[in-house]
Design a protein around this ligand. Structure first.
Ligand code: GLU
Length: 417
């Protein structure tokens, strides 16, 4: 897989294109191209062996014009300040395109959680919170889960923050376990929101998805739930799934429960009985109706986009597609539902979690689903309308909607005209 494109440069190039079409002033362009604040810190940690290791942590508050910073914390060996900047920029456009009253932020630690014990992870999570506690708050910046961070990690971080401040403040972080002030429906909200967007896109295209094929690249929180919900809500037959170790294919369709059992036993989807082994690269090029890239950045590039055969690409990952690949897919007539629209279900339910925390009143699941569905459907149709009117791809249309809202807030505040 290619990891060559710098994701922050990609984010800036995408913004530049939108800024040009919106006719933003040079000052506004300069302001929106860079984070408002960024923090980098060392986290010394005693490992189970007794030795000390020093980890690098980040929190980037990209833009705060439309509300407090919002965005996950990623624990990943390849985390760099530029991935965090890019992800924080995309959070800014994400909260804006779904029109929730939040800005954009992101955090991370360069570490390999797969090779850490549970107690090492707990100490790292608490140490991360101690490092950022004075920078964040329910009305300043609210973290959440991202790649390799879990509800349990959110619980440790919330607890550490409450210990530091001496107050009950569950709204400091979202994606918490339901037993500790999390929202019902948050665990599969990213995939559910994406599936609602695919449903609306299929309606707009007059496409019936019943028993049509799908492939899912990545089997974390987004991909695994997309497998189940793609079948349950859209009638899709998922013929291929993958994770970081490789993929599996069966033309008859793959059962999500069988994958969950196999992955729990072996640590991977690879080797699932009754399937053929394929690579992640092969999965991305399968002739399926819907492809869900659900892992990391830069997997769809100018080198594989010409060979791709999916009709709809629903991006549950952040940043899977480079700008060159966007143009190639658009020219081929592929409908690409861009990341910061398609995967905004997670942050949408994070926002609903915050609303529940702030009012200290908790909603039934149906209310969460209804709100999520209305939010995602409204955002999709606004983007789709603009894409059709201007004959541009959905990513550029989503940028036009999102950047215009942020620029308006920046102007009205009087920061930049
Ligand atoms: N990490 C998720 C994302 O990239 C969720 C962020 C949140 O809930 O704040 O959208």
């Amino acid at each position: 897989m290619s990891h060559q494109a710098n994701p922050f440069e990609t984010a800036q190039r995408q913004l530049d294109q939108a800024a040009e079409l919106l006719g933003l002033s040079p000052g506004m362009r300069e302001f929106l191209r860079v984070p408002m604040r960024e923090h980098q810190f060392s986290i010394p940690l005693q490992m189970d062996s007794g030795e000390y290791q020093v980890f690098t942590g980040y929190r980037v508050q990209y833009n705060l014009a439309r509300g407090p910073g919002k965005g996950g914390i990623r624990f990943h060996p390849e985390e760099t300040v530029d991935t965090v900047r890019a992800l924080a920029a995309w959070m800014t456009w994400k909260t804006s395109v779904v029109d929730i009253p939040l800005g954009g932020g992101k955090g991370g630690v360069t570490c390999d959680p797969k090779n850490m014990s549970l107690s090492e992870l707990e100490r790292l999570s608490r140490a991360y919170m101690r490092a950022v506690a004075h920078l964040i708050g329910p009305d300043r910046d609210i973290p959440a889960p991202d790649v390799y961070t879990t509800p349990q990690i959110m619980a440790w971080m919330m607890d550490e923050y409450e210990m530091i401040t001496g107050k009950h403040q569950p709204g400091i972080i979202t994606g918490k376990p339901v037993s500790l002030f999390g929202s019902l429906g948050r665990h599969d909200a990213t995939a559910r929101g994406g599936v609602y967007v695919v449903r609306e896109a299929a309606k707009a295209m007059g496409m019936n998805l019943q028993d049509k094929t799908a492939a899912i690249q990545g089997y974390g929180n987004a991909g695994s739930h997309a497998h189940r919900l793609g079948g349950d809500l859209l009638g899709l037959r998922v013929v291929a799934v993958s994770d970081s170790r490789g993929g599996v294919y069966s033309e008859h369709g793959i059962d999500p429960e069988a994958v969950a059992d196999h992955k729990a036993k072996t640590g991977s989807v690879v080797g699932l009985p009754g399937t053929d082994t394929i690579t992640n690269e092969e999965l991305l090029e399968l002739p399926v109706t819907v492809l869900f890239p659900s892992a990391l950045e830069n997997v769809i590039t100018e080198s594989n986009a010409p060979r791709m055969q999916a009709q709809v690409v629903a991006e549950l990952a952040n940043g899977p597609t480079t700008p060159e690949a966007d143009d190639i897919l658009f020219d081929k007539g592929v409908t690409l539902l861009p990341d910061f629209l398609c995967n905004a279900g997670g942050v949408t339910v994070s926002y609903l979690e915050q609303v529940q925390n702030a009012s200290n009143h908790y909603w039934p699941l149906e209310q969460v689903y209804q709100n999520l569905d209305a939010t995602m459907s409204r955002a999709y149709h606004a983007v789709h309308k603009l894409a059709s009117e201007r004959q541009i791809h959905h990513r550029l249309a989503a940028y036009l909607v999102a950047v215009a809202r942020v620029a308006e807030a920046v102007t009205v505040r009087g920061w930049v005209k």
